[in-house]
Design a protein around this ligand. Structure first.
Ligand code: HEC
Length: 473
């Protein structure tokens, strides 16, 4: 698969694939026609494309062509056959033998045969009357028309050249009551420079934290001390881990005292995100994210520069509120290790992270996040009764695709379950995406550093939820 031209960089986000439909069942109609001669776009191929490709292959999205019309598809026929037969499209990286995924994008062998036969037979259009309804996207929003659109407070002007930037913008949506979000989508304004968007919910209590009354000098001293003690340092607009910070490749063995400092868990609750190949977050009706009254929305923007021209961006998020009383509230956790160090030249270096569930929970989504040296991620559960269960296995991680895996049935785990995330990294010359195989690598925002996170969204069992709901706007 081709890499995108712009630099893909660090990203920790929650977002999802749109159509929560199983796509891997054999389509008997298509397989019958695949055997025959008269396979056409309108009758046989368009239904597959609309269901499995339109999510990304439509006007205004990051993909190179739209599948919504024959005219747009025809020039790509040969390439489509190749990508579909070798299974680079649709992108999907989870081991099919582990777990069952509501958003499984894989095509069935019958669907692949239909597409292949169609191309070999000259990629004919057929009778336009056979065409199924073309999927509609409201003003580009895949979730439909949002109840509320929240843009960045103002347009940001990005310089023409230089390193990537992480910029943060806070917006007060002015909620005077708790809001329950059923669907959320982050939409980039300027796709040339927006590498990723993550929208966080910042609860009001954070702002209310008392600030000590310190003089400027005392404040400077305090800041200097904190910087010295922290494993992190600032490098321009980026956060990185110091080369000489203590090393723990086994995240389950990190002592409590070393866990201080910024961690993915403390970043705030994720609301939704955007990254190449994925967009919106859609949960089961009644399973919602809560935005408490008085909360703010924080945009984390990762910008890549376009050489030669200054660019502006004002991205936004769209929200659809729950129309029925909420039954389950979603929580996000990044099970992460910030303390690892990957030696230069190693081609299969393991790093782990752990989290023990404090309650009975149900996991709804999983999302591995590593950078360019990331090779694989496996998420396993060690149950209190001694049982073991593999929850997700991504044997060939690909940084180009930040896929959120939606469990077909939320995964029940009792209190006291140890969740173990194991990732491997290839920091050798064998990895053609490796920015520098001669360097030891630590955690950091930029893609030439690494990350190691297994994101999960989960609900807590028997959690009381308010009987009333802020269903109105
Ligand atoms: C999750 C989003 C997504 C889905 C689903 C998806 N694609 Fe793609 N596709 C992309 C993006 C983004 C690119 C461009 C980047 C790349 O090639 O890696 C692409 C590239 C391609 C290319 C290569 C074009 C070239 O430059 O040669 C083909 C062919 C293709 N897709 C066909 C399909 C077909 C057919 C389907 C459905 C059966 C599909 N894709 C589903 C996102 C998607």
């Amino acid at each position: 698969m081709k890499r995108r031209a712009y630099s893909l960089a660090s990203l920790l986000l929650l977002a999802g694939a749109v159509f929560l439909l199983p796509t891997s069942q054999a389509d008997t109609n298509s397989s019958k026609s695949a055997a025959g001669k008269n396979v056409t776009f309108s009758k046989d191929v368009a239904p597959i494309f609309f269901k499995n490709c339109a999510e990304c292959h439509r006007p205004g999205e990051a993909s190179p062509f739209s599948v919504l019309s024959y005219k747009d598809v025809r020039p790509w026929a040969k390439s489509i056959r190749e990508k579909v037969v070798n299974r680079t499209m649709p992108p999907w990286h989870a081991d099919p033998h582990v777990g069952q995924w509501a958003n499984d994008r894989r095509l069935s062998p019958a669907e692949i045969a239909t597409i292949s036969t169609w191309v070999e037979g000259g990629a004919k259009e057929g009778n336009a009357k056979d065409l199924p309804p073309v999927p509609q996207f409201a003003d580009g929003w895949a979730i439909g028309k949002p109840d509320l659109i929240i843009p960045m407070p103002e347009a940001y002007t990005l310089a023409a050249s230089g390193p990537d930037e992480y910029q943060y913008f806070e917006v007060d949506p002015g909620f005077t009551e708790d809001k329950y979000v059923q669907m959320a989508e982050a939409r980039p304004d300027n796709r040339k420079i927006v590498h990723h968007i993550i929208a966080f919910i910042v609860p009001p209590s954070k702002d209310a934290r008392p600030r000590p009354n310190l003089s400027k000098e005392e404040l400077q001293k305090l800041r200097a001390r904190m910087e010295k003690e922290s494993i992190f340092y600032r490098d321009g607009f980026l956060q990185r881990v110091k080369m000489d910070a203590p090393v723990y490749n086994d995240g389950c063995a990190i002592p409590e005292s070393a866990r201080r400092g910024r961690s993915s868990e403390e970043a705030g609750t994720l609301l939704c995100g955007y990254a190449p190949g994925m967009n919106q977050a859609i949960w089961e009706p009644g399973t919602v994210k809560k935005i408490p009254a008085g909360a703010k929305i924080m945009f984390q923007m990762h910008y890549s520069k376009v050489a030669g021209s200054e660019q502006k961006d004002r991205s936004s998020i769209g929200l659809i509120f729950a129309k029925t009383p909420p039954q389950k509230q979603l929580f996000t956790r990044g099970i992460s290790n910030n303390h690892f160090m990957i030696p230069p030249g190693t081609d299969n270096f393991p790093v782990t992270a752990c989290w023990t569930t404090p309650d009975d929970i149900h996991i709804v989504t999983f999302m591995p996040h590593l950078h360019l040296r990331g090779k694989s991620q496996k998420i396993e559960a060690f149950l209190p009764d001694g049982g073991k269960q593999v929850l997700l296995n991504v044997p060939e991680y690909d940084f180009s695709w930040q896929t959120v895996y939606y469990a077909q049935k939320p995964v029940a785990l009792p209190k006291g379950t140890k969740i173990l995330v194991t990732s491997t990294f290839d920091n050798s010359t064998k990895n053609k995406y490796n920015p520098d195989p001669t360097k030891a690598v630590r955690w950091g925002d930029p893609t030439y550093d690494e990350m190691m996170i297994g994101w999960i969204d989960y609900t807590i069992d028997n959690q009381p939820l308010p009987k009333t709901t802020a269903m109105k706007q």
